[in-house]
Design a protein around this ligand. Structure first.
Ligand code: ATP
Ligand code: MG
Length: 237
């Protein structure tokens, strides 16, 4: 481990965290988990085990049953620091691709010049839309796009925000191989260039192994469900 890595403040830090919607029925216990700047970490595990709930808990949308969570160095990230591509995309379906991506861009780049056509938020939104291969859909209402195109709009919305942390839940679903490589390449380029972190839920283990620096597998323990942290080389499917 290099010197800068040793001293890096984790973007995500979990300590003794138990997640779930009901304290009588905890889903997953995480004794310790850290994600460092510039790291790509994938989460895999069976359907219904709690992967989305883990992302929603880190995002502050669900309270943990117990434990401590720090994101971007504090209990709660600053506006625009956390970008989330949810499994259920949360797009404004009647509004255009540009409108949806501007929601992210404004969260990350609000400025007194926001009414000018050259303002940084608009520039960021156009760059993000372009990086997702959606320039021909820029003015199209989202409801008229395919499932994979809508997923790319949600990814563009997050990239336009220039977040310190991207959490993406199955963001590569519904994409053909070529489009998937383009989307993954754009997101990983952003992460590597900016020093942001990427925490991604990916049910396809071989894809998770190929994209991530580390893989966290949520296992279906009967009494104490747990997260096993293992290197991509050691993972057993
Ligand atoms: N809002 C909610 N209230 C109560 N229980 C919920 C809620 N959302 C999900 N659950 C339950 O929590 C469990 C974990 O759900 P979660 O969506 O986190 O699973 P997942 O690992 O992401 O699954 P998948 O791979 O199918 O997306 C499931 O049993 C689900 O029924
Ligand atoms: Mg899920």
């Amino acid at each position: 481990m290099g010197k800068s890595e040793e001293s890096a403040v984790p973007i995500i830090r979990l300590k003794d965290v138990t997640i779930g919607y009901d304290s009588g029925n905890p889903l997953v216990n995480i004794p310790e988990m850290e994600v460092l700047p510039g790291e790509i970490v994938a989460i895999a595990g069976p359907s219904g085990i709690g992967k989305t709930t883990l992302l929603r808990t880190i995002a502050g949308l669900v309270s943990p049953i117990s434990g401590t969570i720090e994101v971007c160095g504090g209990a709660c990230p600053e506006r625009g620091e956390l970008g989330y591509v949810p499994q259920k995309l949360g797009l404004v379906r009647h509004a255009s691709v540009m409108h949806n991506v501007m929601i992210g861009a404004k969260a990350g780049h609000s400025s007194p010049w926001s009414l000018l056509p050259s303002n940084p938020a608009k520039k960021k939104a156009m760059e993000a839309i372009s990086s997702m291969g959606l320039m021909d859909k820029v003015g199209e209402p989202v409801r008229r796009l395919s499932g994979g195109q809508q997923r790319r709009v949600a990814t563009a919305r997050t990239l336009a925000q220039s977040p310190k942390l991207i959490m993406a839940d199955e963001f590569l679903s519904e994409l053909d191989e070529e489009t998937m490589q383009m989307v993954l390449g754009s997101v990983t380029d952003y992460v590597r260039a900016s020093g942001a972190a990427l925490l991604v839920v990916e049910h396809d283990i071989s894809r998770a192994k190929s994209m991530a620096d580390r893989l966290l597998v949520i296992d279906d323990g009967r009494i104490n469900p747990f997260i096993t942290e293992i290197t991509a080389m050691e993972v057993k499917v």
